[in-house]
Ligand binder design. Structure first.
Ligand code: NAD
Ligand code: RM4
Length: 270
């Protein structure tokens, strides 16, 4: 039996990067419904339309609906759940993935960059988690699995990420407290902490060859995550595997946990 047979999975920021990799992996592992949230500008609209066609063409059991909106706005999350339930009558899994990291020096950082980063990463994760959890609490059978995409940055600092790392620590904390608050409803909540995965979010930052090489050198497995340069569109499936595991019943006794998926970056001090 497929790992995600009969499951409906909702993923935020699903049009590209880690979210896209998760969508493809969930379909491949048998999910019957995907509720794909995306930002909604021209680029992400084209991406999500292509992704729906790709998934429905390759995986006959899987139907895809997509819902646009700025995840920093609470209304977006309410709409995602409304559309998801309209299409599939329930939501079994949430992957809260949408996020930004506008790398910036700390002392000169305008307050707007802090507020936007917090709004998208932390407020957005709070809103979608609350909206989906309310659905999971009232559906029959009750329950589900919530996965917050946090980061290695929840554990360590970054010179140009002083606004970003607290949001990722916040997502880890949010998963811990929701695990406690929601266990009685058969809802699990766990955090995944990716290391450095080559996607659009860090393309500019890692264009600095010395930084990129330093990062690769510190990673015990000797490569960045999801680094498949031959593909025209990066598919960071190094994170998707652990996401499928936490989405599936294989992890049915896991809640409130943090899963570091970093190729051995964190442990490698010297
Ligand atoms: P990405 O830039 O490729 O993808 C980010 C996704 O979020 C995009 O689909 C984007 O459209 C969406 N998004 C951004 N702002 C949004 C908004 N306001 N409303 C709706 N959607 C919005 O980057 P990625 O690496 O795939 O990042 C996905 C998640 O993984 C982020 O939360 C990021 O913090 C986290 N993460 C990434 C890495 C890494 O090294 N790439 C490491 C740790 C954690
Ligand atoms: C991650 C981690 C990576 C960085 C991305 C943007 O949390 O810090 O190294 O490239 O964020």
């Amino acid at each position: 039996m497929a790992l995600l047979a009969d499951k409906v999975v909702c993923i935020t920021g699903a049009s590209r990067g880690i979210g896209r990799g998760c969508a493809l992996a969930c379909a491949k592992h048998g999910a019957t419904g995907l509720v794909l949230h995306y930002f909604g500008d021209d680029a992400t609209t084209r991406e999500v339309e292509g992704l729906k066609a790709e998934i429905e063409g390759a995986f006959a059991q899987c139907r895809v609906v997509y819902v646009p909106g700025d995840i920093a706005m609470r209304e977006t999350s309410l709409k995602v759940v409304e559309e998801g339930v309209k299409a599939f009558s329930r939501i079994d899994v949430l992957v809260s993935n949408a996020g930004i990291c506008p790398f910036h020096e700390f002392l000169t950082m305008p307050p707007e960059i802090w507020e936007r980063t917090r709004g998208v990463n932390l407020d957005g994760t709070f809103f979608i988690t609350q909206a989906v959890a309310n659905q999971m609490q009232k559906q029959i059978p009750q329950g589900g699995s919530i996965i917050g995409i946090s980061s290695i940055s929840a554990l360590v600092g970054g010179e140009y990420q002083v606004h970003y790392t607290p949001t990722k620590a916040g997502i880890l904390s949010l998963m811990q407290s929701t695990a406690v608050a929601l266990g009685k409803y058969n809802i699990r909540a766990n955090a995944i902490l990716p290391g450095t995965i080559a996607t659009d979010i860090n393309k500019e930052d890692l264009a600095d060859i010395a930084k990129r090489e330093g990062m690769i050198k510190r990673t015990a497995l000797g490569r960045l995550g999801g680094n498949f340069p031959l593909l025209t569109h990066l598919q960071p499936d190094d994170i998707a595997g652990p996401v499928v595991f936490l989405a599936s019943d294989l992890s049915k006794y896991m809640t409130g946990s943090q899963v570091l998926v970093d190729g051995g970056l964190f442990v490698n001090l010297q």
